[in-house]
Design a protein around this ligand. Structure first.
Ligand code: NAP
Length: 483
């Protein structure tokens, strides 16, 4: 079965044939065709931006009450929930996620994000400012929150639908209109999501374009009809987008790469810390921006901890994500596997010890697999400790004391996320304060959707999550008068 064929893009409420026809989307587990995706033209991307602009100016989306927008977003979430079973299969086929990850983080999470967006839509739009004496009169006024306008939502390959929902949900909740541009590697689920949401909202509020090559995203970033770019992806592309957006001072939210430290003190609950280190291998094969890929381990624990990791890596079941019991699936594409293999070669050349993995699994003749890989005897200045690999590769580095752990964690161009494991609560808090990164999780604290999320340094610009999402996707206006 060749999978679904999407040969259309969504412009102004109408699905129209993509100018460039279709191209095949490859199932990374089997190298067979998972479906076909539309290849639109630059002119169609520009037309989608223009349609989003018309829908924004025309209303009624922008001028609806928050309650009305919330009701429509809830309906979209319910319709999405009604189609989740089929979407899980499609997601496994195009992303290579193992079933548990596809179900929870790739599909159910989307409905959760749309429902949270519905809650956001009802946040108060106005806030009074108390009168202030200014000499001869009183200044008084009100702050109003308004949509930014047209938001281009440009997303990466790793969690395509979840990432898209995390952008269109809040953008729509705030009254913006959107143009969605997913990664061409696995855009089919995103096309389905846009179909479902568009069917509920006024025409032109959600637009969808897709095609191979950077020019489609570039056209959106350049378009005078686009007011804001919400981008998740690599730091290299984020930098290009920020430069291109500067000309018209477009608002950007940039969620970029990471090289997060997972700091493990010898007094911690070692089994739980061990499970967190292993998640670099088992959670979507390390293709996660927040993965704790630099595992910093206190010296007395370093040797037994890494020995246990090296023994455990080869026991993890790697293979077709549809098979029960498989916990490590493929990388998303041949290109991604090549990138990861280059880093593995570099790690060996720079003198780190390959303690396990490093190869294509010999028993799998098809699919873009890389074995769970561990480098020991690594230094923080090695390429494998500095650059984002985005694959199942752990770099383990020893540290002597708290000060050295903090210094190593901070010797990074990135600052997206971080983890600390210790039996000493005060030390956990000290370390969490000292590491320059957008999030620090102590002893396996769960993800919290009410918390701000974003990066320091090369990991990005801006914050989303909880109430911070409102600030990201809206403008604040002050209306003042003399009292
Ligand atoms: P990527 O290569 O940066 O691509 C991301 C998106 O940008 C794709 O849709 C891509 O489409 C588009 N794009 C590329 N060049 C563009 C340009 N000049 N103008 C506008 N759009 C352009 O990232 P990826 O390989 O898909 O994803 C992996 C990266 O995402 C990792 O670095 C990871 O850390 C990051 N990520 C970050 C977060 C976070 O929250 N911080 C979350 C998930 C992933 P084309 O391929 O068609 O050009």
């Amino acid at each position: 079965m060749a999978g679904p064929v999407f040969d259309q893009v969504l412009i102004g409420g109408r699905w129209v044939p993509a100018a460039g026809g279709t191209y095949p989307v490859v199932n990374p587990a089997t190298e067979e065709i998972a479906g076909h995706a539309p290849a639109c033209s630059v002119a169609q991307a520009e037309a989608a931006a223009s349609a989003a602009r018309d829908a924004f100016e025309r209303g009624p989306w922008r001028t609806m009450s928050g309650g009305e927008r919330a009701a429509l977003l809830r309906t979209a979430a319910e319709r999405f929930q009604g189609e989740m079973d089929g979407l899980v299969e499609l997601t496994i086929a195009e992303t290579g996620a193992v079933r548990a990850v596809a179900e929870a983080q790739q599909v159910r999470a989307v409905a959760g994000r749309l429902l949270r967006a519905a809650e956001l839509a009802t946040a108060p739009l106005e806030q009074g400012v108390p009168p202030r004496e200014t000499g001869r009169s009183l200044a008084a006024g009100v702050i109003v929150r308004e949509p930014v306008g047209v938001v281009a939502c440009i997303t990466p390959f790793n969690f395509p639908m979840t990432n898209c929902a995390g952008k269109i949900g809040p953008a729509l909740a705030c009254g913006n209109t959107v143009v969605v541009k997913p990664s061409p590697v696995d855009p089919l689920g995103v096309a389905e999501l846009c179909r479902i949401v568009d069917a509920v909202l006024p025409p032109g509020v959600v637009n969808f374009v897709n095609g191979e090559g950077a020019e489609i995203g570039e056209a959106l970033v350049r378009s005078p009809d686009v007011d804001m770019i919400s981008f998740t992806g690599s730091t290299a592309v984020g930098r290009r987008i920020k430069e291109a957006a500067a000309g018209r001072m477009k608002r950007t939210v940039l969620e970029l790469g990471g090289k997060s430290a997972n700091i493990i003190f010898a007094d911690c609950d070692v089994d739980r810390a061990f499970a967190s280190a292993m998640s670099v291998w088992t959670f979507h094969s390390g293709q996660i921006c927040i993965a704790g890929t630099r595992v910093l381990i206190e010296e007395p624990l370093y040797e037994p901890f890494t020995r246990r990791l090296a023994a455990s890596g080869p026991t993890l079941r790697i293979g077709d994500p549809r098979e029960p019991g498989v916990v490590v699936g493929p990388l998303v594409s041949a290109a991604q596997r090549t990138r990861v293999e280059r880093f593995i070669t570099r790690g060996r050349e720079e003198g780190a010890t390959l303690a396990c993995g490093g190869r294509r699994p010999p028993h799998l003749s098809r699919g873009y697999y890389v074995e769970p890989t561990l480098f020991t005897d690594a230094r923080n200045d090695m390429t494998i400790a500095r650059e984002e690999i985005f694959g199942p590769v752990i770099t383990a580095i020893p540290f002597r004391d708290e000060a050295e752990a903090i210094a190593l964690a901070n010797q990074s161009d990135y600052g997206l996320y971080g983890y600390v494991w210790t039996g000493d609560a005060a030390r956990g808090l000290r370390v969490a304060h000292a590491v320059r990164t957008g999030t620090m999780q102590i002893n396996g604290s769960p993800l919290n959707p009410d918390a701000p999320f974003g990066g320091y340094k090369l990991s990005g610009v801006g914050r989303v999550g909880g109430q911070w999402t409102l600030g990201a996707y809206s403008e604040l206006k002050y209306i003042g008068w003399i009292a």
